[in-house]
Design a protein. Structure first.
Length: 374
């Protein structure tokens, strides 16, 4: 198991170095996922991109498992969770949304469109999508922020469910069973091409399942299950089984029904559940020694998530793949991924480091002494 170290900023939180490494690997997988899915219909390299991406699609599910692993640690602290959500997640997301709107307006203006008109329509469009609680286009990747917000808002529910009292255990596992049953039924209906409107309640969805699965894995690992190399091997086998199943089910769509579908590239399917759980187990047992650099990059992963999509938009606008592909083929995807990942990690880590320096300086500031009353 990875070395456990204190959170470097002195918050008193214990961190497992292997899980922090997993965060970094997962955000790299998300970046590679977004590199590849832009080329699903891109001629000669489309098939390669579609199948290779099944190694990446479980990354966000693994992030939700990590959330569930830590979510209910310590005392009940709903206000603290909401404050952290606002400051560390929602405010940075707003800045990125504004940047994307501004960037798109500048590009359109360079092609002759009225800048002010484009800017206003972009802001109105983002406002409407926010109120509708769903983003599309260049903002579509922010669905994770919306789902994570829902998880935090319902934190009191998870806190009650994640107790080892009989009623909590029964309720938690009932919720997980309903989540899995809904996903499994939807998968079967998709394969069978059955037209049936399956209604799923708001608390019965894949993100909830991943969060509660994270807590169940925490209990399992605390009991000493999945130890050593055998545990890591089990995790790797689950991960690869999920990848293989995703490829197989996608092939049924492509070759059995004669149409490409995005269906198996989302979290609402059994292969993604297997892969995400397996990836978490495999990494949890890695003997990783933590250090300051590892923890710094790990704390910057959400900024990487926010920034990688704008960098992808830039390379798509510049037509980078059209320039590279004729010369190096599918290796162009790897080159684009490395460029986007390097830029995203560098800028995100710089932002996180600067933020921490500012916070540390603020905390070190001399406090004003109040004059004593006469």
């Amino acid at each position: 198991m990875g070395e456990v170290m204190k959170f470097p900023q002195g918050a008193g939180r214990q961190r497992n170095a292997s899980i922090e490494l997993l965060r970094i690997v997962c955000i790299a997988m998300v970046t590679f996922n977004h590199t590849l899915n832009a080329f699903y219909n891109d001629g000669a390299g489309a098939l390669f991109a579609r199948y290779l991406n099944f190694f990446n699609i479980c990354a966000v599910g693994t992030f939700f498992i990590i959330t569930g692993f830590f979510l209910c640690d310590g005392e009940f602290a709903y206000g603290k969770k909401l404050k952290k959500l606002l400051v560390q997640v929602l405010l940075p997301t707003v800045f990125v949304l504004l940047f994307l709107v501004l960037m798109g307006s500048i590009w359109d203006a360079a092609e002759g469109a009225p800048f002010g008109e484009r800017l206003l329509s972009g802001l109105v469009s983002v406002g409407r999508e926010t109120l509708a609680w769903g983003y599309s286009g260049n903002y579509g990747y922010l669905w994770f922020v919306l789902s994570y917000t829902e998880i935090v808002v319902f934190y009191p529910v998870w806190y009650l469910l994640c107790k080892e009292e009989r009623v909590s255990v029964v309720a938690r596992r009932l919720c997980m069973s309903l989540c899995f049953a809904g996903i499994f039924a939807d998968n079967v209906l998709h394969i069978a091409r059955a037209s049936f409107n399956l209604h799923i309640f708001s608390l019965i969805n894949s993100c909830v399942l991943f969060v509660l699965l994270g807590y169940e894995l925490k209990l399992l690992l605390a009991r000493g299950k999945l130890r050593g190399a055998a545990g890591g091997g089990t995790g790797l086998a689950l991960y690869l089984a999920g990848v293989a199943l995703g490829m197989a089910f996608s092939s049924v769509d492509t070759y059995g029904y004669g149409e490409f579908s995005w269906y198996w590239y989302h979290l609402e399917n059994v292969p993604a559940i297997l892969s995400a759980a397996g990836l978490f187990i495999a990494f949890y047992r890695l003997p990783v020694r933590g250090n300051g650099a590892l923890f710094l990059v790990s704390r910057a992963t959400f900024y990487v998530y926010l920034l990688q999509s704008p960098f992808h938009a830039i390379h798509q606008r510049a037509g980078l793949n059209a320039v590279l592909f004729p010369h190096i083929g599918v290796a162009s995807y790897l080159v684009i991924f490395l460029i986007v990942a390097a830029a995203s990690f560098a800028v995100a880590t710089g932002i996180e480091w600067a933020k921490e320096q500012i916070v540390a300086a603020w905390r070190r500031r001399p406090k004003r002494e109040r004059p004593e009353a006469d």
